[in-house]
Design a binder for this molecule. Structure first.
Ligand SMILES: Cc1cc2nc3c(=O)[nH]c(=O)nc-3n(C[C@H](O)[C@H](O)[C@H](O)COP(=O)(O)OP(=O)(O)OC[C@H]3O[C@@H](n4cnc5c(N)ncnc54)[C@H](O)[C@@H]3O)c2cc1C
Length: 378
């Protein structure tokens, strides 16, 4: 926003007329209002409002060449040496991401062919390639939400055999709408990444625990679904949405570490690190957000793993040290008989950590912490 304003001011000083067009959002946050005339702070009414508006416009064709700006000197991008070499920490990224417009379009086409059908039922499964992975492309404007919205909506008209269900399409569009909602919140609350939306969380007794934070960052909490997510993030720059929710909940509730430290780590490591989605989602999980999951809803990382990664394939992919553990114990290796662990080549405390906290105790501690902040109105 500040960059846009500075460019407009600089051009205006040179007598160049400037007009701007909203391309990165379907709805101008300045326009979307509740019936009472206030900005939305709850997602469902926001979605209803979005769906009741005229459908988002069709994507526009690429603009023609600009007149009067020929002859600008430019440097080849490679000459800036932006890609890491010493060390090459991005090696794991290349297999997954093709930055740029062509990569984004290819990703959308692949998702429409192979992912959208079944999205509503499989989108929570990190062991399946069931989501679009368009987030970095949307984040950096390599594809517009108009293109995504229009292509997914058009799938309603595909031939019957190739047509995703209405539920699949609706669910996918609703997720794209969450992105709109996050930006809506950010525009009306520019300090979304630094201030709890609910002021009562200002008094929350966060723990100062650098060792716990470090263990979480490195994927060494002893809870496989959490560690698999944090290692996937480090290796690929991305993490599945369900697992983002589980690891965020673990940091904020099991470790009682301030959500802002998690938000910052994600900001530093995600390829889709987004100024709206990241803080809005962290606040949602932390329970401090506008339209948040209540703080007392505390994920059990073992049950989450068993439900959403039932064969342990996601854990095994990201934590090879656990590859020999049977599916029935892969999400709770700390309960496995010692002999079985030995046969699986696992030595707790050496090849894989002991749990950092006990789930039941951590849950009770989190609820006690919550009780210290009064449920006052915003
Ligand atoms: C703690 C936490 C932090 C997050 N940080 C980010 C972030 O920095 N950047 C980011 O783009 N998303 C973030 N998300 C939201 C979500 O996890 C990702 O958008 C999603 O996993 C991207 O994968 P996808 O493109 O395959 O999603 P799909 O399921 O294919 O969804 C399509 C698009 O909809 C949008 N979307 C999907 N889910 C959400 C959501 N819950 N909130 C907002 N928009 C959504 C994204 O633009 C996504 O590309 C975060 C979620 C959590 C719980």
């Amino acid at each position: 926003d500040a960059v846009d304003r500075a460019v407009a001011a600089a051009l205006a000083r040179r007598g160049v007329a400037v007009r701007s067009f909203l391309a990165s959002l379907l709805v101008d946050p300045a326009e979307a209002r509740t019936k009472g005339g206030t900005p939305f702070s709850v997602f469902t009414p926001f979605l209803r409002h979005l769906l009741a508006r005229p459908a988002p416009r069709a994507p526009l064709p690429a603009p023609g060449p600009l007149r009067g700006v020929g002859g600008l000197a430019s440097e080849p991008l490679e000459s800036w040496g932006l890609t890491p070499t010493k060390p090459d920490w991005a090696a794991g990224f290349r297999a997954l991401w093709t930055p740029g417009e062509a990569g984004a379009q290819a990703r959308l086409a692949a998702f429409l062919d192979n992912g959208l059908a079944g999205y509503a039922t499989l989108r929570d499964r990190p062991d399946r390639p069931a989501t679009s992975r368009l987030s970095p492309h949307l984040r950096f404007g390599e594809i517009s939400p108009f293109q995504v919205w229009s292509a997914a909506s058009l799938a309603r008209e595909a031939p019957p055999g190739a047509r995703p269900s209405g539920a699949d399409i609706d669910k996918f569009l609703a997720e794209v709408a969450w992105r709109e909602f996050s930006y809506h919140l950010l525009v009306h609350h520019p300090d979304l990444a630094t201030r709890s939306f609910q002021p009562r969380f200002d008094a929350f007794p966060w723990r100062d625990d650098p060792a716990g934070l470090r263990a979480w960052q490195r994927g060494e909490t002893g809870y496989p679904i959490v560690d698999a997510g944090m290692r996937e993030l480090w290796r690929t720059g991305w993490m599945h949405n369900r697992v983002r929710m589980v690891v965020a909940s673990f940091l904020v509730k099991h470790l009682l570490i301030d959500w802002r430290l998690g938000e910052r780590w994600f900001w530093d490591t995600l390829v889709d690190a987004d100024p709206a989605n990241n803080p809005a989602s962290w606040q949602w999980v932390a329970g401090s957000g506008a339209d948040a999951a209540p703080y007392f809803r505390i994920f059990n990382p073992v049950l989450q793993g068993e439900k959403f990664d039932p064969d342990g394939a996601y854990v095994k992919e990201n934590i090879p040290a656990l590859a020999g553990v049977p599916a029935s114990l892969i999400h709770k290796p700390f309960t496995a008989p010692p002999l079985l662990l030995r046969q699986a080549g696992v030595t707790l405390g050496e090849t894989y950590p002991h749990p950092l906290v006990d789930h039941a105790q951590a849950r009770a501690r989190a609820l006690d912490a919550l009780a210290t902040i009064k449920a006052t109105e915003r």
